[in-house]
Ligand binder design. Structure first.
Ligand code: BDR
Ligand code: CA
Length: 313
């Protein structure tokens, strides 16, 4: 079977970087048409640069990187240096990229790609705030029906929030964009904190990355070494949660995950709960189901897959 065509929309971020590396290591299943950077964990000049650093680490300078939106649709940008460090990719020591940034805007790339590829053949994989995706839909509503699926990291139900008591970072940063995406009618799969907080890089899992003995394995171990300190301190968890790689793993092996097809609405008004993903997990309302909301994963299976794929780079 031909590999599935994807666009990775991202704000790297150590966990974004691991998600990208995992996709690049899986060319039989996934064809990465391009990477669109968005402002999120750190400002856009850093996220687009980090995307290129990651591609160079993987030796995949043939994949184009586009800079997208530098701020949310209606709000000032909120960043997460307290989690990801000043560069967004703190931890490993990686060279500045030499591959070029494309001239085209990331939103235009998304629009043009969806218009030029056959309908229903391109999957969008957002790993950051949904600004680029929603801006593309608002600018070119004709592309919405052409999207095969959206598989995104964002939101939470049982875990509630990580940037406020009520909201997960990616949705909180641009709730208006998230609302557009969740109301789009597209087949959406959501990898929320409920599942990503179970994908923890424990000590032995980190050792397994390093033991690959490759630049990618070493870099991922150094990234997760850095990235774990926030969650260990805050949640007392066993290691860094690999949020965004859950998206790639879902594309490769959906059988590792389980969830429910439910209604998910985005809070865009309340100051107290802004960006909350109000997930009708228990089917309390009769609001239309609009997303497959993942709740659990086979963590050992996930790390076996990830480590095996990283070993291919
Ligand atoms: C999400 O926010 C970012 O900090 C991570 O890269 C991930 O996409 C987790 O809430
Ligand atoms: Ca991210």
């Amino acid at each position: 079977m031909a590999p599935r065509k994807i666009i990775i929309d991202t704000d790297p971020g150590q966990d974004d970087a691991v998600a990208i590396l995992m996709a690049l290591a899986s060319p039989d299943e996934l064809e990465v048409l391009g990477i669109t950077a968005v402002a999120g964990n750190v400002p856009l000049p850093l996220t687009q640069k980090n995307a290129r650093i990651v591609l160079e680490l993987a030796g995949r300078t043939d994949i184009p990187v586009f800079a997208g939106c530098d701020a949310p649709m209606k709000r000032p940008l909120v960043t997460a240096e307290h989690v990801h460090g000043k560069t967004g990719l703190d931890g490993p020591s990686l060279p500045d990229p030499t591959m070029p940034l494309q001239d085209k805007h990331g939103v235009d790339f998304i629009i043009e790609t969806l218009r030029s590829e056959p309908p229903g053949t391109v999957t969008l994989c957002p790993l950051g705030p949904l600004t680029n995706i929603a801006t593309a839909f608002a600018t070119a509503p004709d592309i919405v029906d052409r999207v095969q699926q959206i598989v995104l990291m964002g939101g939470a139900y049982f875990e509630v929030g990580n940037i406020t008591p009520a909201a997960e970072f990616n949705i909180y940063v641009d709730p208006e964009a998230a609302a557009i995406v969740f109301e789009s009618g597209i087949d959406i799969v959501v990898l929320p904190l409920d599942v990503t907080h179970k994908a923890l890089v424990t000590g032995p899992r980190n050792i397994a990355f390093r033991a690959l003995g490759t630049p990618a394995g070493e870099a991922v171990a150094a990234m997760t070494d850095f990235f774990e300190r926030f969650d260990k301190e805050k949640y007392g968890s066993d290691g860094a949660p690999l949020h965004d790689p859950c998206v790639t793993a879902y594309l490769l092996k959906p059988e590792l995950f389980s969830g429910r097809h439910i209604n998910v609405e985005i809070e865009t008004v309340s100051e107290l709960t802004l960006g909350m993903t109000v997930a009708d997990w228990w089917g309390i309302t009769d609001r239309a189901k609009n997303a497959t909301f993942i709740g659990d994963l086979d963590a050992d299976g996930f790390f076996a897959l990830l480590t095996e794929r990283l070993g291919r780079l």
